[in-house]
Design a binder for this molecule. Structure first.
Ligand code: GCO
Length: 445
């Protein structure tokens, strides 16, 4: 099979997030986040696990960067913990918190690994949650203030910024389904949170631009899923349309078109009449980069089981599955095409893609994660297909560098290219990590 060659300067990276790997939740002045509160609430997390220690990256960051360098990684997308930097969410800055990221950025640059900083990967400071959280529009200004603080500190060295990771997940899973922090079940709070998260992206973009002298690229990362109808029936096709609107268009339309698919709809009128205020949509539509987080597709049918949306997800038989979802490589191409069909002026890159595998060490100390290698091969091939079709995908960041805290699923789902023994914190590069290193070296599949 001829090698699939990627464009020169294609960005090969990995992604992580603060709460999922750092640990040290009470160290050096870090404040409490809503994920500390949620994970310490009995019954919320598998086996009542939490991120108190996680992969202890707060202490092992230098070793982890050395592993990235060994794999020849060109870029590293990580998130800064708001509660480490502003424990109250606003006002007083905790210098020790900023210093951690300062050292991290310097070491990445020394190793010639480009830092991609994500300012918010769901770990909202608890004091802001106590003031109403994302349903409270004031949070947008607090977020812009925090963005300015971090940009002032790192902006002389960091050229690539993501304001937020997957606002939809925090809004819907955190405020409608309740399986993520802050654990609410309120559709009004959900729609308000999503709009305020998008508005906060716009305000933070402006704050970064005014804090940083050098030219920077600013974006956001989105969880996107191609949505398919379970059958050709009109009812099921309409169900798929509704889900596409409520998962994809509800973020893509504001960010790429400056419109909102729910504005003026009955749903919005009933639930959140005055949320979208004049001028908001212009603020939101500011994007140099769009990060696509792709994992799987959604197959939907009409059902009265789920209120408001009246849809139910179908799990097609016959395909491969992981511990969390269907394996559907074609969906990577479909998702990139969906974004491209908006005729975006911003850059597009894959900022998350990965598979949980119940990995373990074999007798000889190797982790033979062939399933992850097959997943990488099939999904990176679809990125190549998109590029061949004229979609200028700039890079691919694998989720994730290390096995880590998988939110409500605790440590039960291993996503790392590097195996973490959570008892000893020993790291072991998996076969997939060595395989990925070869792809990076050859810039080809
Ligand atoms: C997400 C988050 C990551 C997850 C990963 C696996 O996309 O949900 O960005 O924090 O750990 O996607 O679910």
């Amino acid at each position: 099979m001829t090698a699939l060659k990627f464009p020169e300067n294609f960005i090969w990276g990995v992604a992580t997030s603060a709460y999922q790997i750092e640990g040290a939740v009470k160290e050096d002045g870090r404040g409490t986040s809503i994920w500390d509160t949620f994970s310490h609430t009995p019954g919320k997390i598998r086996n009542n696990e939490n991120g108190d220690v996680a992969a202890d990256h707060y202490h092992r960051w230098k070793e982890d960067i050395a592993l990235m360098s060994e794999m020849g990684l060109k870029a590293y997308r990580f998130s800064t913990a708001w509660p480490r930097i502003q424990p109250a969410g606003t006002g007083k800055v905790n210098k020790k918190g900023l210093d951690f990221y300062d050292r991290l950025v310097d070491e990445l640059l020394r190793r010639k690994i480009e830092p991609y900083v994500c300012l918010f990967h769901w770990d909202m400071p608890q004091p802001l949650q106590d003031k109403g959280g994302w349903p409270n529009r004031d949070t947008c200004a607090y977020f812009a203030e925090y963005a300015g603080v971090v940009a002032e500190c790192l902006g002389d060295r960091v050229k690539f910024w993501f304001t937020e990771n997957e606002p939809w997940v925090l809004a819907f899973i955190g405020h409608f389904l309740g399986n993520h922090a802050p654990g609410k079940k309120d559709i009004g709070a959900t729609l308000k949170s999503l709009h305020h998260l998008l508005l906060a992206h716009g305000l933070a973009t402006e704050a970064i631009r005014s804090a940083v002298k050098q030219p920077v690229k600013i974006g956001i990362t989105l969880n996107l899923h191609p949505v398919y109808s379970a059958t050709d029936s009109e009812k099921d096709k309409a169900a798929a349309e509704r889900v596409d609107m409520f998962i994809n268009r509800i973020v893509l339309d504001p960010l790429l078109k400056g419109t909102s698919p729910i504005q003026g709809s009955t749903v919005a009128k009933i639930l959140t009449a005055r949320v979208i205020q004049d001028g908001d949509l212009e603020k939101i539509r500011q994007l140099d980069m769009l990060g696509v987080n792709y994992y799987t597709r959604a197959v939907m049918k009409h059902s009265n089981k789920v209120p408001v949306l009246n849809v139910e997800q179908v799990q097609p038989v016959g395909n491969d599955y992981s511990g969390m979802w269907e394996i559907y490589p074609e969906g990577m191409y479909q998702t990139l095409k969906k974004v491209w069909d908006y005729k975006p002026t911003c850059e597009i890159m894959v900022t998350e893609n990965g598979i949980p595998v119940p990995d373990g060490l074999d007798f000889d100390g190797r982790v033979r994660d062939e399933r992850r290698i097959r997943y990488l091969q099939s999904h990176i091939a679809q990125v190549h297909r998109a590029i061949e079709d004229g979609i200028p995908v700039k890079g691919y960041f694998h989720w994730s560098l290390l096995d880590n805290f998988e939110w409500e699923l605790g440590y039960g789902q291993r996503f790392g290219l590097v195996y973490v023994d959570f008892k000893t914190q020993q790291r072991t590069v998996k076969d997939s990590g060595r395989w990925f290193a070869k792809v990076i070296e050859e810039n080809a599949l």
